[in-house]
Structure formats: C-alpha cells, structure tokens
Design a protein around this ligand. Structure first.
Ligand code: DSN
Length: 458
C-alpha cells in the first residue's frame, strides 16, 4: 500500500502546507479555548513551552499536524472490539477499512508480512508478545536497565518482572553488547524468549547475532525497535523484521506518530507456537482479547497517517538528518572533553557519562531545563547512582531532524549543552542567571528559524 498523490503532496513543506497546518492548529486552539478556557489555556501554554525550548529528548519526535488531525475527529465515538472483519459490534465497516489501511501501511513501511496496529503503546505491544508467548515462571533474557534496557523487557517491578523468571545481560566495559557473554548466559539459563532492543544504547544492534544465539538455545527472539524504528524504516539501521521472530515499536518515539504501538512480523509469521497456532494468528489475539479491549480508532487513524509519511522522501530526509545531527552532537561534545558511553553514536542518541563530572544526571537535566534545553537523565552502565538521579545525560537528535536542522545547528546545540554543563559542574549544579538568559535567547533564535511542520503553531 502506498500513499496517494494527494497525501504525498500534503507533506511538502512549502508555504501552502505550512499555512494549512497552521490553520488546523489555530482552529483547534480556538475551539478548545472557547469551549473550555481552563483546558484551552493549559494546551496553549504547553504549545508555547514546546516552541520556546529545544527538545533533545531521545524518545520523542515531532508529529505533523495532519497526524493530530487524523487522531482528533469522530473515530473514538466507536466501540470496535475485535479485529477487522471480526468485530463484536456493528457499525465497524469503515473502522475495519481504517485499521486495514494502517496495517497495510505498517507492512509497507517496514517490509513486514503482518502488522498489528492496536497496541495502545510500545509497552502494551511488548507485554502482549512476552506474556502471551510465555507461561508464568518461564525464563526471558533481556538487557539490564542500567545497560540501556526498557522496563517492559522485564524490570523487577514490571508485569513480566513479576510473573516471569527474568535473566539479564549487560554491556562490556566499552559499553558495547558482548555477544559471547550473551551466548554464555543463554546457554546456561536456556530462556524461552530473548529480548533485544534498548532505550539507551547509542550503537547499532546486530540482530543477526541475537538470532543465532536464540536459535542455538531454542528461544524465540523479540526485537523492540521503539527507539530506532524511523532509522530502520529508512535503511539507516539494519532491519530485524525478517531476523527476529517478532518486532515491536512505539509510534511516537521516532515515527512522528501518535502515542501507540505496533507488532510486526516477517518470515516467521507462519511459525507454529503455543498450541500449534501460527505466530501471526497467536499475536493478533495477544493484543485483543489477551491484554487490551477496544482499540483507539483515533490512534489507529493517526498511525495510518504517520506510516504513510514514513515512506516519503520528506521522512527519508528527516531520518538522514537525525543520524547526521546525532553524530555532530557526539563529535562536538566529545571534542569538548565529555565522556560518551561507547565513545560516540551510530543512531539518534548520545549518552553522556557524568560520573567524573561530580553532578548527577538529574542535576544536569534540571540545569539544562532552566536554560530552555529539554533532555533526560539516564543510568549509565554499572551506574553508582539510583535511577531517580542517574549518572548519565541522554540526548537525542530526533527533534532536530524533524525540525529540519542540520549538523551545523546540531553543533550549536552541543555547544550550548557544553556551556550549561560546564557552568553546572563549576557551581554544584547551579547555572548563573546571565548564562541561563543567554542560552534561552539562543534557543529561542534557533527555534524561530526552525518552527517545524505546521509553522509557528506547532
Ligand atoms: N522508554 C522511555 C524512554 O526511552 O524515554 C519512554 O518509554
């Protein structure tokens, strides 16, 4: 399924499209402001905050206003439990078409043989896959949180963490995944499922190496590509679709979509799993009725819209920009004397190790926020600090790529981060107000030059 000529025309970032998108947001803001001034004020203030700041959050992208428009119409008036063609409610004929369109666009964007678009988020997608394929007490092998893993891969306080036997792997002293060590643990613990994919791993993931380990110990392999799905869809990162048994992703982190999740299958779609059911059929019912009820048709429509954009030249340019900008961020920060986990980046993310700086990740995050730069603290491998403080600062170039910034702007952003971190280290986490004012002004200037899709109202 490919986008029609009219949808493709609608992503051109020419003046007419910006005006249309701006008109949509203006109308939405006026409607909410008139109907509910309290909520309207909050929403306008949040828009102002986003426009006045620079987002270097690695797990967020910038949705085109047409994605918001697709989500915000009358689709959520429906109850449509079930799957396309097999609903438990009447009146779902068009809903079926919308969901089938989203599935077809997901298959097309990722070269998948099957795609499910109902998961409310990436964690729901992971929980559906992991909890439906395994029985309580079964062993799952996944990446430790401090090494970059995700909560839904089996953290002790997560759903899989409570009901499964979770065994973890980490990274070596160089910050890189060590496949020999992962194989050793897998041979010893014989997991039924291995999870690959990360929330804070700045390097390429070798899905083929993971599949070889999974095959050797008779495990299934789940690849969670939430952080890198835009790079995977555009060939900037190798694809796991035909390598892992199952792939999951969230749709807002790097696809410019709404908050939501996808489950994708490749060449193993017909593999027989529990009870001899083909994997593809098993996973459809792993979402409904196993984990979720009625899907959000608004979110599904918005996924369809975002997934159409993912296959355009515009998005390919965004993805190229993300990779180039992340590399420029990494080079500039490393040149400024900052220690980066793994020494650099292959994807959208840079993880600064603050352990020798004497301030926590939280202190760095707060100092940057006071200066209009939004990022988040993170654990670093073998972090001595707890997650609420962290010794790492995670930066990402997704927003830079979506807003159309190039490596020159990324270097400027890195210099601003360096200025703030330098001041914060010197003053125990504090930032002198004159410096904060200067950085906020520079951020505002950059944001003015790169307002994003939808012009000044996005
Ligand atoms: N995993 C979180 C992150 O990467 O920021 C969000 O789900």
């Amino acid at each position: 399924m490919t986008g029609t000529a009219s949808t493709r025309a609608a992503v051109r970032e020419d003046a007419a499209v910006r005006e249309d998108a701006g008109a949509y947001t203006r109308a939405a803001v006026e409607l909410i402001g008139a109907a509910d001034p309290v909520l309207g004020d909050l929403l306008v203030t949040e828009g102002d905050r986003q426009r006045a700041t620079l987002s270097l959050v690695a797990s967020a992208s910038v949705a085109h206003p047409s994605v918001f428009a697709a989500q915000g119409l009358w689709t959520d008036n429906l109850t449509t439990e079930g799957a396309p063609g097999a609903r438990y409610h009447a009146g779902a004929e068009i809903a079926d078409e919308i969901e089938r369109l989203a599935e077809a666009r997901a298959r097309h964007a990722f070269g998948a043989t099957a795609a499910y678009v109902q998961p409310h988020c990436g964690s729901s997608a992971n929980h559906s896959v992991v909890m439906s394929l395994l029985k309580p007490g079964d062993t799952v092998l996944s990446l430790r949180l401090d090494a970059g893993g995700h909560l839904s891969h089996g953290a002790p306080f997560s759903l899989p963490g409570r009901y499964l036997d979770v065994v973890t792997y980490g990274v070596g002293p160089d910050g890189l995944l060590d496949h020999d060590e992962i194989r050793r643990i897998a041979r010893e613990r014989r997991p039924r499922l291995i999870v690959t994919g990360a929330s804070s791993y700045p390097r390429r993931i070798d899905f083929t190496a993971f599949r070889a380990i999974a095959d050797e110990v008779g495990a299934l392999l789940l690849a969670d590509i939430s952080h890198i799905s835009g790079l995977v869809a555009t060939g900037h990162h190798p694809s796991p679709i035909d390598v892992a048994h199952v792939t999951t992703t969230s749709t807002y982190k790097q696809l410019g979509g709404p908050r939501g999740g996808l489950i994708l299958l490749g060449r193993d779609a017909d593999l027989e799993v529990r009870g001899g059911v083909p994997l593809a059929r098993h996973l459809r019912s792993a979402v409904f009725p196993f984990l979720q009820g009625t899907p959000s048709l608004g979110a599904i429509a918005a996924k369809a819209r975002a997934l159409d954009l993912v296959t355009t030249d515009w998005f390919r340019g965004v993805a190229r920009g993300i990779v180039d900008d992340a590399r420029a961020l990494a080079d500039e920060l490393a040149g400024g004397g900052h220690r980066l986990v793994t020494g650099g980046t292959d994807n959208h993310m840079v993880l600064v190790d603050l352990t020798t700086h004497g301030i926590s990740g939280l202190a760095a995050q707060d100092a940057l926020e006071r200066c209009g730069i939004i990022a988040n603290r993170n654990l670093v491998p073998r972090d001595p600090r707890p997650p609420r403080l962290g010794s790492g600062l995670r930066l990402g170039a997704n927003a830079l790529g979506f807003l159309g910034m190039g490596p020159g702007e990324a270097r400027t952003c890195a210099r601003l981060v360096d200025d703030v971190l330098g001041a914060a280290v010197a003053a125990g986490g504090q930032v002198p107000e004159p410096l904060a004012r200067r950085v906020r002004r520079e951020v505002a200037e950059i944001r003015e030059r790169f307002p994003g899709p939808g012009g000044d109202l996005t």
